[in-house]
Ligand binder design. Structure first.
Ligand SMILES: [Zn+2]
Length: 379
């Protein structure tokens, strides 16, 4: 196998940030520069790219397909991508949408849009809903199906067109859910689910519907087979739609407690078979959403350790592209559409002077901007 170029893409989800008062007006990357990232950026230089085009939701579901070399035509919605990641295959003419199990206080306020439910808790709540004749009857009336899933991410599918006027649950957080019922056809479903889940302090919140997207297979488009190592359904779903392998890694959780060593090892194992390997680490996004600066700093240090393990284990020659997929502000807990930094490292080139891998968006020190459609070509 040696002598064949390998291409790694390491995506640190939501690692780019905004200046934080707690860190004296610096971002976490600026506050504590990471040695491995600095070594990578020091060789080929630091650049930036805008991964969220105008008019699209700032988030992983938009950024990941675009940084993987696809155009906005595949961005039909979050639901179908996640359905793919859950192993649900839709027949032609169907849509899929996410339905979150959300936490709701006694007074009806939505307190957690993405609660930390165990797989078993989520599946039990999902099965409770799927077993209810009144709820499934309401869905059947409009031709829709509910698919119970582990964790808080549940799934609904139905014939096209997808419903309009849905609000993501994180935009409802802190408000009384009754003031934000989703589309008319769904209102009876959501009400019935609320009655069934009230004792558990939960409700069902459908959102993110979309038609099944058409991805040209990655191998046809770029002439390379590939694999994606990720814990989150929206990323694994994109990989499967693009014809990339997406092996499940035991212990990969998408949080700070993830078994990142197992994920790096899975990436190295995949690189023995296929030339393109994406390693996606969710923890920085997760910690920024929780608005926990200490955890965010730990998550970034974890990404650096993962990079070190990857570089130590990778068979040469290889090239490696490092970037966050989008900004997540640890101050607000929300995604942003600002440009993100990136760099490319080549195992066969001499090292350079370490350069902090940071967001510099303005002023003469700003890193050069590279158009998104040319990003994968840099690898
Ligand atoms: Zn996020």
């Amino acid at each position: 196998m040696s002598g064949r170029m390998r291409y790694f893409m390491v995506v640190a989800d939501g690692m780019a940030d905004t200046p934080l008062a707690e860190l004296g007006g610096l971002t976490p990357l600026q506050y504590r520069p990471q040695p491995r990232m600095a070594a990578l950026a020091g060789q080929g230089g630091l650049f930036r790219v805008r991964t969220i085009p105008d008019g699209f939701a700032a988030g992983t579901e938009t950024a990941m397909p675009l940084i993987t070399g696809y155009d906005t035509s595949v961005l039909t919605g979050r639901g179908p991508v996640e359905a793919s990641g859950m192993g649900i295959v839709l027949p032609a003419g169907q849509f899929a949408m996410r339905a979150n199990l959300v936490r709701v206080a006694q007074d009806g306020t939505l307190t957690e849009a993405c609660p930390d439910l165990s797989d078993e808790e989520g599946l039990a709540a999902g099965r409770l809903l799927a077993a209810d004749a009144a709820l499934t009857g309401e869905l059947a009336r409009i031709g829709w199906t509910f698919h119970p899933q582990p964790g808080f991410r549940q799934m609904i599918t139905g014939p096209m067109p997808p419903p309009a006027g849905m609000t993501p649950p994180h935009n409802v957080q802190g408000d009384v859910i009754d003031d934000h019922w989703p589309a008319d056809a769904l209102a009876p479903v959501v009400r019935r689910a609320r009655a069934l889940l009230r004792e558990r302090g939960m409700a069902l919140w459908p959102w993110g519907p979309g038609a099944w997207p058409r991805y040209e297979p990655f191998a046809d488009k770029f002439g390379l087979c590939g694999a994606v190592i990720s814990a989150v359904p929206v990323v694994r779903g994109m990989a499967l739609l693009a014809g990339l392998e997406a092996p499940a890694v035991p212990g990969a959780t998408g949080t700070l407690e993830t078994d990142w060593r197992a994920k790096v090892d899975a990436a190295l194992l995949a690189a023995a078979r296929v030339p393109f390997v994406m390693l996606h680490l969710e923890a920085p996004d997760d910690c920024s959403h929780a608005r926990n600066v200490e955890s965010e700093l730990k998550a970034i240090a974890m990404v650096d350790e993962a990079l070190t393990r990857l570089c130590a284990g990778a068979e040469r020659p290889y090239r490696l592209l490092l970037l966050p997929d989008h900004v997540t502000s640890t101050e607000t807990g929300r995604h942003g559409a600002e440009p993100v930094p990136w760099c490319v490292y080549d195992s066969e080139q001499p090292p350079g002077a370490p350069t902090p891998f940071v967001e510099i968006d303005e002023g003469p020190a700003a890193a050069p901007d590279v158009p998104l459609r040319t990003l994968l070509g840099q690898l």
